[in-house]
Design a protein around this ligand. Structure first.
Ligand code: THU
Length: 144
């Protein structure tokens, strides 16, 4: 994983799946889990939280980044697992939405890392660098 040999993919995916058990997604019935792995071994998870005002849904990745940053984390992000439900969609890997890519990018750029994103669908998984999901990203360096 881009030199990140200490990444235990199966464990990170299991953390994301476990987080998805707390998904509040009664409107879409589409439970998503996210797990962020930091260079000190800490894992921070998130899950999607929907709202009766549908457009206000918070994605799993954004919730996870918010939890980490609210606890003072700034950088060190080396890998992210994102899991979708096993019973909907085409089974293909779930990839972070555009907003979540930008939110992940902020945390990654603070620590100058390019995390690997493990995208886990019901029957397929793929692994891609954040910089490939979000090329030419706008980030904190543009404002400094
Ligand atoms: N969702 C995520 O949590 N992460 C993504 O990257 C894509 C979409 C959630 C939002 C909504 O609660 C549900 O999936 C269906 O769009």
């Amino acid at each position: 994983m881009g030199g990140h040999s200490k990444v235990d993919r199966a464990a990170l995916i299991a953390s994301a799946r476990s987080a998805a058990k707390n998904s509040y997604s009664p409107y879409s019935n589409y439970a998503v889990g996210a797990a962020l792995l930091f260079d000190d071994g800490v894992v921070v998870t998130g899950t999607n939280i929907e709202n009766a005002s549908y457009g206000l849904a918070l994605c799993a990745e954004t919730v996870a980044v918010s939890k980490a940053m609210a606890d003072g984390v700034r950088g060190g992000l080396i890998a992210v697992a994102v899991t979708g439900p096993s019973d909907s969609g085409d089974g293909g890997p779930i990839t972070p939405c555009g907003r979540c890519r930008q939110v992940l990018n902020e945390l990654a750029q603070l620590g100058d890392t390019d995390p690997n994103i493990l995208c886990v669908g019901a029957s397929e998984t793929c692994e891609v660098r954040l910089s490939d999901l979000l090329p030419h990203a706008f980030g904190p360096a543009h404002l400094s």
